[in-house]
Design a protein around this ligand. Structure first.
Ligand code: 5AD
Ligand code: SF4
Length: 485
């Protein structure tokens, strides 16, 4: 697992756009005759999907390679969330085009949200693309690849109401051997007005809890010590007996419906040394039961990613978020009451949404001051074709203004991240070691339960170990300490 290729971060003009990071896969050598190369853009869901794709194609005779020059098949697993994300992929295609001229038999496919959004138009717009497959069409990839090998172009952008890839064991390709992603649901029914995801990833559906538990247990048995349960909106995870698997549920003593809180407790119950994280929560849906489940199990990490998007209630209404500024603040109070003031909290913020006034922007800044987030992903609004906002509202804030407001948000967040880190100096934390620090051979890094990165001298410890670390100093983004136990 050590020969992982480093992440290549492709930033979007501002440092918080690491949603656009590209990851290359590790080399796999199981003696297959052909090579697959995948780059993943966008959210963790795409990284997780790439592991499912690799698994499906492994059965078809493809090993993965981290060297694009070795590839018989090149996939870009794409993101459509902002225009810049799509531009990044198009630029990448022009580079791949040069390679394809030297090696015309190399197949090029577009997967993920951009494939779903643009469908067959992608084949017309980007001549080098041979294959287009949306997020629910990955089981069909073997047939699509065959079709391309026969000299045709291939497209499948069918969106499913059922597909969860529950039975497919992902090939862990981007893994450090300690932490892994588990997809627990797909799609989103929320229809936030700015967001393209409901159109590219389809209707919400939850994955069979039995298969989630089996996957988590298998990871633990293989030495993994942390799983992140992934969904666009994990709080609406729901699995009901009528729908599926009544017998299994009866055996487990679950009567009717498995909620997200139930699922969290089940995964946490696998082993106390298996940490559980999750993403993404929704302020309108996160329940006290979830907070209580987190408080009850030491191994459920005390960290929540709870996107606010805007601090102004009128803008939140236009965004169709289903909560007000006051509701959000009340949820944060409840969270800190139940999980304690040291629990971690991160968010997403959008500047310059349609018709946002200067005062409304100030509301976002004042909400940040009230909450003091540990971390935030921050963006300026990018209108996406076909979304509710694109249909209903004018994208009427000048780019300059959007960027200036974003800068103000970033400056504030930087200050708050620094402040939250400073508050940790002198405290001790249980840390799960994830690997060697990038800067020094003699240092390791890991995370606290609240998701802060800590660097410390390695002593005789190795990745996968739990250690207690005292924090002695910090930078804006990292805690620095030493092992006490
Ligand atoms: N413009 C800017 N940011 C967006 N996001 C989603 N859609 C857009 C858009 N059209 C942001 C939201 C979301 C995160 C994943 O991306 O903050 O929570
Ligand atoms: Fe998009 Fe809203 Fe669904 Fe998140 S909850 S994926 S922002 S529609």
């Amino acid at each position: 697992m050590d020969n992982l290729i480093a992440d290549i971060a492709v930033f979007d003009g501002n440092e918080s756009e690491n949603h656009e990071a590209v990851k290359l896969l590790q080399d796999q050598n199981t003696g297959k005759s052909r090579k697959l190369y995948i780059e993943s853009y966008g959210c963790q869901m795409n990284y997780s999907d790439s592991e499912i794709v690799a698994s499906i194609l492994q059965k078809e005779g493809f090993d993965t390679t981290s060297d694009i020059h070795q590839a018989d098949l090149v996939f870009l697993n794409t993101c459509s969330i902002r225009d810049k994300a799509e531009q990044t992929v198009r630029q990448r295609l022009t580079v791949i085009n040069v390679l394809k001229k030297q090696k015309p038999e190399m197949m090029v496919g577009i997967l993920g949200c951009m494939a779903e959004r643009l469908k067959i138009k992608l084949l017309e717009e980007e001549k080098i693309v041979d294959l287009v497959a949306g997020p629910d069409a990955y089981r069909d990839l073997p047939r699509l690849v065959d079709q391309v090998e026969e000299g045709d172009k291939a497209v499948n952008t069918f969106l499913s109401r059922e597909e969860t890839y529950a039975d497919i064991t992902p090939v862990r390709l981007n893994s450090n051997g300690v932490t892994a992603l588990i997809s627990i649901m797909r799609g989103c029914d929320n229809m936030c007005s700015f967001c393209v995801v409901p159109f590219t990833r389809g209707r919400e559906r939850s994955r069979d809890p039995h298969s989630i538990l089996a996957e988590a247990k298998d990871l633990f048995d293989k030495g993994f010590r942390e799983v992140t349960l992934l969904g666009q909106n994990v709080d609406s995870y729901k699995w009901s007996a009528e729908e599926n698997n009544k017998l299994w549920m009866e055996k487990k003593g679950i009567s009717e419906v498995v909620s997200f809180a139930d699922l969290l407790e089940m995964v946490a119950g696998i082993h106390p040394d298996l940490r559980v994280r999750f993403s993404t929560s929704h302020p309108k849906d996160i329940t006290d039961e979830v907070l209580f489940a987190m408080a009850k199990h030491e191994n459920i990490c005390k960290n929540i990613h709870l996107p606010i998007q805007s601090g102004n209630t009128r803008i939140l209404e236009m965004m169709n978020r289903g909560y007000s500024r006051e509701w959000y603040l009340q949820r944060i109070n409840r969270m800190r009451e139940i999980l304690g003031p040291d629990s971690g909290l991160s968010t997403d913020i959008i500047s310059g949404f349609c018709s946002e006034t200067e005062e409304e922007h100030q509301d976002t800044l004042s909400l940040m001051d009230e909450v003091v987030f540990d971390f935030a992903y921050m963006f300026y609004y990018s209108e996406r074709p076909g979304t509710l906002a694109a249909k209903k509202y004018a994208d009427d804030i000048d780019l300059e203004v959007k960027k200036r407001r974003l800068d103000e948000i970033i400056v504030k967040q930087r200050m708050h991240s620094g402040l939250r880190n400073t508050q940790d100096v002198g405290k001790t934390f249980k840390v799960l070691i994830e690997g060697r620090s990038k800067k020094s051979e003699n240092e390791l890094f890991g995370r606290t339960s609240s998701n802060k990165v800590v660097i410390f001298p390695k002593e005789d410890k190795k990745k996968g170990d739990y250690v207690t670390v005292i924090v002695e100093s910090c930078t804006g983004g990292t805690l620095i300490g030493k092992i006490v136990k």
